[in-house]
Design a protein around this ligand. Sequence first.
Ligand SMILES: C[S@@+](CC[C@H](N)C(=O)[O-])C[C@H]1O[C@@H](n2cnc3c(N)ncnc32)[C@H](O)[C@@H]1O
Ligand code: SF4
Length: 396
Amino acid sequence: MSLLKSPPLSLYVHLPWCVRKCPYCDFNSYTLKTELPESQYIAALERDLDAQADDVRGRPIISVFFGGGTPSLFAPESIGRILEAARSRLQFSDDCEITLEANPGTVERGRFTGYRAAGVNRVSLGAQSFDAAQLQKLGRIHSPAETQRAAEELHAAGLSNFNLDLMYALPGQDTAAAVRDVEQAVDLSPAHLSHYQLTMEPGTQFAANPPPLPGDDAAAEMLTSCHEVLARVGFAQYEVSAYASPGRQCRHNLNYWTFGDYVGIGAGAHGKLTFESRGEIVRTTQQREPRRYQAGAPDAMGRQRVPDVDLPFEFMMNALRLTDGFERASFADRTGLDWSTVRPRLAALESRGLLVSDDRMCKPTALGLRFLNEMLLELLPESADLAGKRALSTGS
Ligand SMILES: C[S@@+](CC[C@H](N)C(=O)[O-])C[C@H]1O[C@@H](n2cnc3c(N)ncnc32)[C@H](O)[C@@H]1O
Ligand code: SF4
């Protein structure tokens, strides 16, 4: 009999358009060249929900995340329509966290009040930096003042539970400038801060024509200094790139990192679903290109059972990002595999000072968090092509 138990369930909604594609970004996002096809896209999302509702019947949705692209290009009424469509087909928990990603360059006055009325109770704002010249180099469509105004409007709209996305190790940046960015972010009283190291992603404009970036040592120094500032003002790190004031961790992302389940709808969205009775974990994938996604038949969605051999790596790739690690019992619950499957490899990592464990918990050390990629390489399935996996991104 499988040890597998159904974990908490979230919903991810991908809205793929942006005003302009940023040169560093490899998300499934597209410059909007025509009018936003809101109605057609919502119809496709409804079809997508219809195709998946039976798979999760009776299980409460604990969080919803509108990601992109730039979800704040969609009008509050459209976000309301998508939430209604989801509520009518899925069962939402009473305290469901509902996050919407927003670009400060797209949120005219009153917009956040509308999103809140539509049901959104958390916002993630893409600030990136508070240095005007830096924002220009990053191809952003907004100024630092627009980010500041957006944050003020979030507070005024009763959406104080918001995150700011910041990036560091930017072209020509030094530690003082990276720290200034963090200080200015904190001045806006967000509840959460995501702090990502700028990475050169294959296929982006920056990868083809890289700007002059700080070296590894400089980037590590920036991280340490920014971390100190954040700790001093009460933002505790709980994941490689995530900091929160007490009680304000992102429930949606925590569900990913604890190997929870999620329904994925929208162009290019991924999902992960546990079928307890069949002892199976299935990954779902949608058509990436928005027009193909909109035109797609219900069976256009890919479904693939995750082979048992891949599960230890997939679990650890998420759970070892968390500073508090994970409960050992959750490994069996969420993969269906016995702890003995990973014990020897984890013991080897422990002996190298990369993680610590006791009878109940297992967590990365500070060294392990810093060298997460190296640690994960040791956990790759034996048959995998190691050479091809050396560039794993930790997103930080
Ligand atoms: C989907 S975007 C957020 C919402 C909105 N599209 C925006 O940019 O304002 C997710 C976040 O990922 C981060 N990100 C994207 N590409 C990155 C890269 N190459 N390196 C580091 N962080 C990156 C940015 O901080 C960005 O805000
Ligand atoms: S970073 Fe955000 S705004 Fe820029 S292209 Fe990517 S998804 Fe769009």
